[in-house]
Design a protein around this ligand. Structure first.
Ligand code: ACO
Length: 387
């Protein structure tokens, strides 16, 4: 029995267009990502994160005066409610993972939202992530520096010292690159929540929950682990073949939309190359290139028709590692960038004001009748009763 509308079920909503948006465009066949009309390669290496946030919200880049005012407005919203900090301390005492702490404490931002909750969320995400990271290591959070831009201040709050220009540029590139990406799972979750006329904090908390999963934003840590496990280029084929033989997925490869190389991988690979040439371990960069090449060769053998290519997460791992961020911070840092897109989508969805309510196809039993419990057949022997 279907939904009665003549439309048929598509697993994973693959190929279904669920929204119209001016925020970003993804062409999976051509390998093109545009952010409000700008190719990601054009924008991410040049723009500051503030410019990207402004662009996604206003559909235009700010002029110098607008940018200065926007930068000040964003920096002025970094303060966390006292209860948020208390909860971060309690979470650190329990040692819960970073993404769970981000999800729980993002919820508490409802305690103090301004007339622009979207901006509050963007401004405070890095403050939460950096504070929790330090608390987990038994260190006090570093207060934010209002004189530093969004990306520089995030690194400053994590490290406790002002970052160099190369590091800031690399992080700006990363945050801009991942700021939005069409109707990905977490953005869809946020839009579904806002479409019920719920609030932005609820929507972003839902999005954080969706981003956490290893098939979405949770892949870069495991992707880097594989590079470390391989250790030397000569081991790549043996280790990767064994993983595929065991039915494991190679993290950092494959994508629901892209059938060619993810354009974000190129932007981040170029940024990683620059960073590793100046500040980081060049051998690791070379090893990662070898691992990528071997993985692509083996994936082509493994799933010949599928064209599994490098996705954004592989070079995310390398770039963020080069910035000195431990793997536990990879997905939270993704959230620090993606919250720009989530909130822009919330604004767009709110303006559209149309409930998102798809259908389901019923595939369960038919024509059942209720009978008193004592007349129901007992479970077959050996069959467990539900708890
Ligand atoms: N390694 C090995 N095999 C793979 C991989 C991979 N990385 N990706 C896909 N495959 C296989 C699948 O097992 C599947 O085989 P099957 O038909 O025998 O089951 C086949 O290729 C087709 O893949 P799909 O499952 O249809 O791909 P889907 O579009 O559902 O999944 C996904 C996309 C989740 C990204 C997948 O490629 C994957 O799991 N990759 C590894 C995790 C990862 O890197 N995630 C980050 C994605 S980027 C982001 O979200 C920001």
């Amino acid at each position: 029995m279907g939904g009665g509308s003549g439309v048929s079920f598509v697993a994973g909503l693959e190929g279904v267009v669920a929204a119209r948006t001016r925020i970003s465009g993804v062409d999976g066949e051509a390998g093109v990502l545009t952010l409000a009309g700008f190719p990601v390669e054009e924008l991410a290496g040049r723009a500051t994160f503030e410019e990207v946030v402004y662009l996604l919200r206003h559909d235009a880049l700010p002029d110098a005066g607008e940018l200065a005012a926007f930068r000040t407005a964003l920096a002025g919203r970094r303060g966390l409610p006292a209860a948020t900090v208390d909860l971060l301390r309690a979470a650190a005492d329990s040692g819960i993972p970073e993404m769970d702490a981000l999800r729980m404490t993002a919820d508490t931002l409802s305690l103090d939202v301004s007339e622009d909750p979207a901006l509050d969320l963007v401004a405070r995400f890095p403050v939460i992530v950096a504070a929790y990271h330090r608390l987990l290591r038994g260190e006090e959070p570093v207060p934010s520096d209002p004189g530093l831009g969004h990306a520089a201040n995030y690194l400053y709050m994590l490290r406790g010292e002002a970052p160099g220009e190369g590091s800031v540029r690399a992080l700006e590139t990363y945050l801009g690159t991942v700021s939005d990406h069409g109707m990905n799972a977490s953005t869809f979750a946020a839009r579904v929540i806002v479409a019920t006329r719920s609030d932005f904090v609820s929507a972003v908390v839902g999005a954080v929950g969706a981003l956490k999963g290893p098939l979405h934003g949770g892949a870069p840590g495991p992707a880097l682990d594989v590079v470390f496990e391989i250790g030397a280029a000569g081991n790549a084929e043996t280790v990767l073949r064994e993983k595929l033989r065991r039915g494991e997925r190679l993290m950092g490869f494959g994508h629901r939309i892209y059938r060619v190389r993810d354009p974000r991988a190129d932007v981040l690979a170029a940024a990683a190359e620059r960073l590793y040439a100046s500040d980081a371990d060049g051998d690791l960069y070379e090893l990662a290139l070898e691992v990528e090449e071997t993985a692509l060769r083996l994936l082509a053998e493994h799933r010949p028709g599928r064209n599994l290519q490098t996705n954004v997460e592989f070079y995310t791992a390398l770039l963020l590692h080069g910035l000195g961020l431990p793997a536990e911070l990879f997905t939270p840092t993704f959230a620090v960038g993606r919250v720009a897109g989530w909130t822009a989508h919330c604004i767009e969805q709110q303006a559209e004001d149309r409930l998102i309510r798809p259908q389901s196809e019923y595939v369960g039993a038919e024509d059942r009748r209720w009978v008193p419990p004592e007349e129901r057949p007992s479970p077959r022997s050996g069959e467990a009763l539900p708890g």
